[in-house]
Write a protein that binds this ligand. Structure first.
Ligand code: DMJ
Length: 541
């Protein structure tokens, strides 16, 4: 049915009036509030609450930052200092690298898991599923705070305060990676700032992972889909769980229970520990694979200090330290494990006398050492720093120095001065690789991590120099258009970049580089312990 002309006029004027009111109202909204305003029914009420909360939150945040600055002994350096010829200048340089990498992420990939610095777009690896869960923001926030990038910290904090993992996560997530990066990152942000919001978020994330622990033995599944609740192991792992993954839950879960008073997390991680304590270990060693039955059975006898094993050993040591050295069972199990590995897997190369842990497949020895395994130099040095028995301490200090040296050789013997993913010891090569598939570098931190502990323990300037060399090589080979990238071949003088800025660049590599050029009272090692993603937790005394 058609409208008469005067009716059409009335409708037209009405529509125009409504439009004018809406547009005017839009301009009066607080910035960032528009979304919320239009989404809610009682818009006026919501808008007022929003403004109030916003003001309150800003005030709380200012207070927290002020407190952090007072408590934080790091002088906030002036970004314009260019001359990087002393520790302070180098620290500032690292801070500028962090800012550059962060700005790229912020501009081109905000809310995505990672940045493709050359394509200038988002990136996500399979460990995060296929949702956009802002892994870089959560992995980076403690580093932003520590180095005093205040605006960047505030922005990250704002994003996290709205973060709802359950809604954002899609597909199969790695339980281990979610724990060390998300739960760990949020816990450290809380430990550093005292801001309760981070603790609540850490508990939310960890709670979402709990269904993965519902197995006969309590050893968790590797993957979880939060939308469907489906849990599973990796298709290539024949239904088995992986040592580094189920063995690297303890620091976060125990700390979380301790901070929240909710015992469920510690119960889950203690159960895993109890199961492992009860198991017979072949020659004292821990195989990489384990079944999930009750009681579980070991899989193939594969042993390594690197991938799929590494942080299990790290967490034994650090759990002892995190509990103020009260957890003696953990200390004993750590010592027994490392002793067994020294006996069966520690080698010195023939020509250059380089120390490394080989891999074992049954009785077959593979003379290969991974970039990942280089973390163990730092681990044994940390043990030495905490050990009362002077002979044992000296022994592990020497081992740590030797591993630190070997890993440096893997860097020094490449064309770029950056070490490969894995290197071999044969009659013709030492600390190098001839395998194309092992020649890449993805911004991994483990070598610098070991130099950081060695610097703290020895004050030998060479560790700072090695770290500085790495900074310069990163600038030369890994700097992309809008951030830093991995490189495909460390033996290529003009290496192709892989176009991925890993989230652990912020959590680990940048943090260790910054700390190596800082004074020891920035995160002193008698008060802080780092999780395997380099997120600092407070030691309980
Ligand atoms: C990090 O996510 C953690 O250090 C983990 O334990 C293994 N490796 C990566 C970085 O190389």
């Amino acid at each position: 049915m058609g409208l008469r002309s005067h009716e059409q006029l009335v409708v037209c004027v009405g529509v125009m009036f409504l439009l004018t009111v809406c547009i005017t109202a839009f301009f009066f909204l607080p910035s960032g509030g528009a979304d919320l305003y239009f989404r809610e029914e009682n818009s006026v009420h919501v808008r007022d609450t929003f403004i109030r909360n916003e003001a309150l939150r800003k005030k709380e945040q200012e207070e927290l930052l002020k407190k952090a600055e007072e408590a934080n002994p790091v002088p906030i350096p002036k970004p314009e200092i260019g001359a990087a010829d002393d520790a302070e200048g180098r620290r500032v340089f690292v801070k500028q690298m962090i800012k550059f990498a962060w700005d790229g992420y912020r501009k081109y990939a905000w809310g995505e898991n990672e940045l493709r610095p050359n394509s200038r777009s988002g990136h996500s690896s399979s460990i995060f599923g296929y949702g956009k869960t802002g892994a870089t923001i959560i992995d980076a926030i403690d580093t932003l705070f520590i180095v005093g990038l205040k605006e960047e910290y505030k922005e990250a904090r704002d994003w996290i305060s709205e973060f709802n993992f359950k809604d954002l996560a899609k597909g199969d997530l790695s339980v281990f990676e979610t724990n060390i990066r998300f739960t760990g990152g949020l816990l450290s942000a809380y430990a550093l700032t005292g801001d309760k919001m981070f603790l609540t978020k850490a508990e939310d994330v960890a709670t979402l992972l709990l269904p993965a622990f519902e197995t006969p033995s309590g050893i968790p599944y590797s993957l979880i889909d939060l939308q469907t609740g489906r849990v599973k192991t990796y298709s290539w792992a024949s239904g088995k769980a992986i040592l580094s993954e189920y063995g690297s839950i303890q620091l976060e879960f125990d700390y979380l229970s301790n901070l929240t008073g909710n015992p469920i997390f510690a119960q889950k991680s203690n159960k895993i520990r109890d199961v492992l304590t009860a198991m017979e270990k072949p020659e004292g060693l821990y195989p990489i694979y384990i079944s999930m039955d009750n009681p579980p059975r070991w899989g193939q006898h594969l042993f390594s200090m690197g991938a799929m094993a590494d942080s299990w050993y790290e967490y034994l040591l650090k759990q002892w330290i995190a509990t103020g050295k009260t957890d003696q069972r953990t200390k004993r199990e750590y010592e027994e494990a490392i002793f067994a590995m020294e006996k069966r897997m520690l080698y010195k190369s023939e020509q250059s006398n380089l120390w490394y842990f080989a891999k074992l497949n049954g009785n077959r020895v593979e003379h290969s050492f991974e970039h990942l395994a280089c973390f163990c130099g730092g681990m044994v040095v940390l043990h030495a720093m905490n050990e009362e028995n002077a002979t044992i301490a000296q022994h592990y200090m020497d081992l740590g120095k030797n591993i630190g040296h070997t890993c440096h050789e893997s860097y020094a013997r490449s064309t770029t001065g950056i070490g490969p993913e894995s290197f071999q010891f044969t009659s013709s090569i030492e600390a190098k690789t001839e395998r194309r598939q092992d020649s890449y570098y993805i911004l991994r931190p483990e070598v610098v991590e070991t130099w950081f502990y060695l610097w703290r323990a020895t004050k030998d300037e060479k560790y700072r120099q090695w770290a500085w060399d790495h900074v310069q090589n990163l600038e030369k080979y890994a700097k992309g258009n809008a951030g830093y990238s991995g490189i495909r071949n460390v033996y290529d003088s003009n290496p192709e970049q892989d176009d991925v800025q890993q989230s652990f660049l912020f959590a680990e590599l940048f943090k260790y580089l910054y700390l190596i050029f800082s004074d020891d009272d920035v995160l002193p090692l008698d008060q802080w312990v780092f999780n395997t993603e380099a997120h600092p937790f407070r030691i309980r005394h």
